[in-house]
Design a protein around this ligand. Sequence first.
Ligand SMILES: Nc1nc2c(ncn2[C@@H]2O[C@H](COP(=O)(O)OP(=O)(O)OP(=O)(O)O)[C@@H](O)[C@H]2O)c(=O)[nH]1
Ligand SMILES: [Mg+2]
Length: 383
Amino acid sequence: MQLEVVGLGGAGCRLADAIRATAPVDRAFLTDVFAFDTDEATLQETVIPESHRAQYGQGTALEGSTGLDGDLDQGFEAGQAVVDDLLKVRERANSTTPDAILVTVGLGGTTGGPTAPALIAALQRSVDAPVYVLATLPADREFDPDAAAADRGPHTGVTANTGGDEPPRPAAASHAIRTLEALEGVASAIVLFDNEAWLRPGETLADSRTRSNRELATRVAAVFAGSGGDSAGPVAQTVVDASDIERILGTESAIVSLGYGEQTVETTSSRFGLGLLPTERDVETSEAVSAVETVVRKGIYGKLSFECEPETADRGLLIVGGPPAWLNRRAIAGGRRELQATVGGTGVLGGDAPRPDGEAVFAAVVLAGVETERLERLRTLAD
Ligand SMILES: Nc1nc2c(ncn2[C@@H]2O[C@H](COP(=O)(O)OP(=O)(O)OP(=O)(O)O)[C@@H](O)[C@H]2O)c(=O)[nH]1
Ligand SMILES: [Mg+2]
């Protein structure tokens, strides 16, 4: 399928950039990638072309990490006021109509979050495609002095400190929860990534960013490329297209978590030969079955972008991809049955994504409509 990505604020722009940087073969699933921020420095750090970037909202409540003084309503109003300008940038640069738009944003700040609801509402009105959000949740240490102190050890101060070059954001939990509430009924679906769960012990937020963004970009590419990727390549046995993804993500702002598993496999490359030899060695069926089973298990039961019980999901999607010889049809069907058994209900779809140049077998899992305690906890911390 063809996805457009719109990054808002620091995290949003870095995520959009990371998605754009995913393997060239997967770039085929992207139409345009935009980066919008109040902060010029963020924009310059990306490799997104100037035609697709815009600095906006200078001098408004959207600017700077103390800009809102905890008053998010001011931010939402300022967000509303900039929407027309952003839509104009988009219209000027836009190449093709996408099958879907993904707005990426870090919840907790004062730029991206407050802009997202108004921009998404405007995109829903003006583009004939679902508009999904990919949002990060703040780590506890950004707003919780106890969490920050615990991470640094017992003999340090008690002010919330992220331990790196990220400013403390005392209102981050409340901003995140209120922005999520504002996205309800506006975004077609809300894909979450929880920074708290992806931080490693002792690691600063700044350190974890690049790794987290890459992980998340890989998941986004695996899901939204669907069965496509290389249009000249082999066709999937069971195609996952834009309408399948739309069916699973829904239109009612469902909370979505993404799972992913990957295993590098041996392929003999034809790059060094004359292209006369088969590009892959024969793959033992048992080996292919085991690789598919392994990645599917990782995808369903491994670390999710947002911690939740897979059993609570209303709908699920499984895409198994990799070099065609490794995509064992029976094993993929088995994986789909496993996801079906886990999710319950009947809303499970599955398919494959052949990647002739791929060096890994992967499984991308979408769990939509999940329930979770993490949001409850953030709500408590936000009060
Ligand atoms: N995963 C990830 N999370 C990030 C990244 N940068 C920031 N965050 C998270 O996103 C939240 C919002 O940060 P930014 O996106 O920088 O904020 P902003 O929207 O630019 O708003 P300002 O406060 O005005 O800078 C932070 O509290 C972090 O939790 C990133 O690169 N990756
Ligand atoms: Mg910023």
